[in-house]
Ligand binder design. Structure first.
Ligand code: ATP
Ligand code: MG
Length: 139
């Protein structure tokens, strides 16, 4: 399986979260990590449109997928702002479950960038044998 990379822009509004999730489903449908990838991108896209300048009129966020035989890297690039993505103690009224879920599903995750734009990324390891089996099983 050759490595490949794909990115797509989305408008920085709540409706785009569903579109970003669908982008993952369509693109990674044959990969054993597709369900984790859908959940991760849903949380990161939700954060982009809730906590960053991507939510301004005309704002956007970009979802990138970089697939290699043994791993899938996912990145959601936002338009930044004063706040930092951080793990917080979950609470009923203030949330805090999104990044916790990302951290529990991903083999590794992190953030780079600054106030002008940040990328929150997650890495999912793939068992190449499971990946090949799933690809072969598809109609
Ligand atoms: N892309 C981001 N840029 C800046 N700050 C962020 C970003 N993503 C998350 N944060 C900050 O990190 C905190 C924790 O994010 P997390 O997704 O865990 O919780 P939440 O979005 O507040 O609530 P929930 O996801 O449970 O609905 C957020 O409250 C926010 O302050
Ligand atoms: Mg969140």
């Amino acid at each position: 399986m050759p490595a490949w990379r794909l990115s797509r822009h989305f408008l920085g509004r709540p409706a785009s979260v569903t579109e970003a999730r669908r982008f993952i489903t369509t693109t990674l449908g044959a990969w054993p990590v597709v369900e984790s990838a859908e959940l991760i991108v849903s949380e990161l896209a939700t954060n982009a449109v809730r906590h960053t300048a991507s939510a301004r009129f005309g704002g956007k966020f970009i979802v990138s997928i970089q697939a290699e035989p043994d791993q899938v890297w996912l990145g959601v690039a936002d338009e930044g702002g004063p706040g930092l993505p951080r793990l917080v103690r979950p609470s009923d009224d203030e949330g805090g479950r999104g990044l916790l879920l990302v951290a529990s599903l991903a083999d590794n995750w992190g953030v780079y960038g600054n106030q002008a734009g940040r990328t929150v990324w997650a890495l999912l390891k793939v068992d190449p044998i499971a990946a090949a089996a799933q690809a072969t099983a598809r109609p």
